[in-house]
Design a binder for this molecule. Structure first.
Ligand code: WTA
Length: 661
């Protein structure tokens, strides 16, 4: 079925389904589900620490831990402290040892239609060689290694090679600019960076290594830049510093054993946006993190590694990629799909084409992507046979019921349960969702805390608010995959997460409500963090990028509600002197932000102004700017230093709208 009639019928069906508040798992699903009822939630609630210890045992430890939780110094919690383990051993070696070396770990698909299958035995071979290559350059336990790579199998090899020798990796999303990479390498004192000659995006090639060279020159700690040959673009190499990965791997020994590391050995740092311009280096360690990602990947997605084909559309540069492309699926011995390109290249049905080709059974993506697919239309989905799909998931932002229903009806053909998973870079693994064979899904509402997790919605005094009342989403009990600190910044760790409600309650930074069945709806951030297409960004970081433009005097950035991307970046900009804003200058500022941070941070809208609403202490009142940008009645203006500013701004935005409308 295709054509306008279908879209119309579909729209009507979705409209009708909006009245349905809950979707029970189909019997056909529950029948084969790993978890069919709430008994696991109950078992975990009876003794959460002991329950987590039991889950940890399913990993392959060198020395099994006898201690589960060390909570002697909250909030610096530690897990499984006397155990020893290695993530690359858990993700690769043990599957090969169990006779599963021939199982495909990744069906990789390139942008131009290339296909490569990488088995667990292939990973075993390459990870050892890459680990050897790192060691040959003097990298060892505790040395931070940056990774700036596109979605190619080498990124997984690089991460696991670091894990193998105890070198924490620091992956930077390929969509960030070289300057962002430099900053993250500098903050973490990275000893090496693993990058690529060039990256492909929608048929074009970006010279990544050349861009990196422009900014990376003078970092004293950075001794080696490893370069993966991927596109073959011209790539100057600096003698003594730069190394081709394929040459270094050839020269490395074939056998490089996984090092026996303490459970609390740092596995990685991942920089994420906070409420100041400086990104936070979120630190995860080994044993607890693996326990969290392996459990959630298996049971939230009902994974049967021998039968399922798992497709997570995220980029490895985000936590979703770390936990649900690399560590969770590999710890579970899963077969995954990995796609190099964009969802609309070479055509808008590429994901569904790949689902069909690979026989994908479980698909995990972001609401913003679903909204884009909705806009593109069912004609891009319907030519593809998606009959193998049996479960769908979303992550990254609240999903509006319409998009949920579209996903359910069009992609899932009404037969696949959907899990709406709430979690964060900090939590390491999924915290709130529904177990698909055991719980009803409610469109637009994430679900209940998972077994072993104590999530609550609290008021400013730490008391639970009544059902269906907005409050602070909080986690009241430590969990194994939680962040351990912010890299080299314990003070910021304490003040960001553990100051508002004390050292035993993790304040998430999201506002939420809980219904009388314990289902949590996440409303959005309560701090100055934006969520654009499921990507976390800091208003302060974007402001500081804009202000670094030579013609800009001051700027205030807000997130504006956006139909497609959830939120979009809007910037109020004050220019130097008497300069007038022009279209050229607007384009220039956008490009400037792209260079400083990355394209995804570019303001969608720039509003020129002469002044900004500030409190008497000089703090910009973003709440009022949001009201103005979205054309709402103004909230309380009494704390403003100069309330007159608001009137001028309102007139300005109104005239801008009448011009463009
Ligand atoms: C938001 C991504 C509603 C939330 C894994 C959180 C969500 C932030 C959901 C973390 C969801 C994530 N429903 N909101 N299912 N999942 N969020 O660190 O605001 O990139 O605090 O981790 O995304 O973003 P991060």
């Amino acid at each position: 079925m295709a054509g306008a009639g279908t879209e119309e019928q579909l729209a009507q069906r979705l409209e009708e389904l909006l009245a349905v508040e809950r979707f029970a798992p189909p019997e056909s699903f529950t029948e084969h589900a790993l978890i069919k009822d709430r008994s696991v939630h109950e078992a975990a609630a009876a003794d959460p620490v002991a329950w987590w210890a039991e889950q940890a045992r399913t990993l392959d430890w060198f020395k099994e831990p006898t201690v589960a939780l060390d909570d002697s110094n909250p909030p610096f919690y530690q897990w499984f402290t006397d155990g020893t383990i290695n993530a690359s051993h858990v993700c690769v070696d043990r599957h090969v040892a169990a006779g599963n070396g021939d199982r495909v770990a990744f069906h990789w698909y390139g942008e131009e239609g290339e296909q490569r299958d990488i088995t667990y035995a292939d990973l075993h071979r390459d990870v050892q060689r890459m680990a050897g290559a790192l060691k040959a350059r003097g990298i060892g336990r505790g040395d931070v290694v940056g990774i700036y790579l596109p979605m190619i199998p080498e990124v997984v090899v690089a991460m696991l090679a670091c894990a193998r020798i105890g070198a924490p990796h620091n992956v930077v999303f390929g969509g960030f600019s070289a300057e962002s990479v430099r900053e993250r390498m500098e903050f973490s004192d990275a000893k090496a960076l693993i990058t690529v000659d060039g990256a492909r995006r929608k048929g074009k090639t970006a010279p990544v290594k050349v861009n990196v060279d422009e900014v990376m020159g003078d970092l004293p700690a950075l001794e080696t830049i490893f370069v993966v040959r991927h596109t073959g673009v011209d790539t100057p190499m600096t003698d003594g510093r730069d190394v081709w990965v394929h040459e270094a791997m050839e020269a490395a020994p074939a056998e490089v054993p996984a090092e026996e590391l303490p459970a609390e050995h740092p596995l990685f740092i991942l920089y994420s946006s906070g409420s100041t311009a400086k990104p936070k280096g979120i630190l995860h360690t080994t044993g607890g993190y693996l326990t969290g990602v392996a459990w959630t990947h298996k049971y939230v997605f009902d994974l049967k590694p021998e039968e399922d084909v798992w497709f997570c559309s995220a980029d490895v540069g985000w936590i979703t990629g770390h936990s649900y492309i690399v560590y969770g699926p590999l710890a579970n011995g899963a077969t995954s799909v990995m796609y190099e390109g964009a969802p609309d290249y070479p055509h808008k049905g590429i994901w569904w084409e790949l689902c069909e080709k690979s026989g994908a059974t479980i698909f995990y993506t972001a609401p913003t992507a679903i909204r884009a697919c909705m806009k593109w239309g069912v004609e891009h989905v319907e030519p593809h046979d998606l009959s193998k799909l049996r479960l769908l998931g979303t992550v990254g932002e609240p999903i509006n019921p319409k998009a949920w229903l579209w996903y359910h009806e069009v992609v899932g053909d009404g037969r696949c349960p959907i899990v709406d998973t709430w979690w964060q870079t900090e939590t390491g693994a999924i915290m709130i969702t529904t177990l698909p064979g055991a719980q009803d899904a409610k469109p637009g509402i994430a679900g209940t805390p998972l077994p072993g997790i104590d999530a609550a919605v609290l008021d400013e005094d730490g008391n639970e608010v009544p059902p269906n009342t907005q409050g602070l989403l909080s986690l009241r009990r430590p969990w194994p995959s939680m962040l351990r600190t912010l890299y080299r910044d314990d003070d910021r760790y304490l003040s960001t997460y553990w100051s508002r409600l004390g050292r035993e309650t993790y304040v998430v930074g999201d506002a939420a409500k809980m219904d009388d069945e314990g289902y949590v709806s996440v409303i959005g951030r309560i701090d100055d963090v934006l969520n654009v297409s499921g990507h976390r960004m800091s208003t302060a970081e974007i402001e500081s990028a804009i202000v670094s433009h030579e013609l800009v005097a001051e700027s205030a950035v807000i997130g504006q509600a956006d139909e497609d991307t959830g939120q979009s970046v809007a910037a109020f900009v004050i220019l130097q002197g008497d300069l007038e804003g022009t279209a050229e200058l607007e384009a220039d500022i956008r490009e400037h932000v792209a260079v400083r941070i990355g394209k995804l941070a570019r303001p969608k809208r720039i509003i020129w102004t002469d002044d900004l609403p500030k409190t008497r202490s000089g703090k910009i009142m973003r709440r009022l700017l949001r009201d103005i940008a979205e054309g709402r009645a103004l909230g309380d203006v009494t704390t403003l230093r100069d309330p007159g500013v608001m009137e001028e701004l309102q007139q300005l935005v109104a005239s801008e709208q009448s011009e463009s409308g």
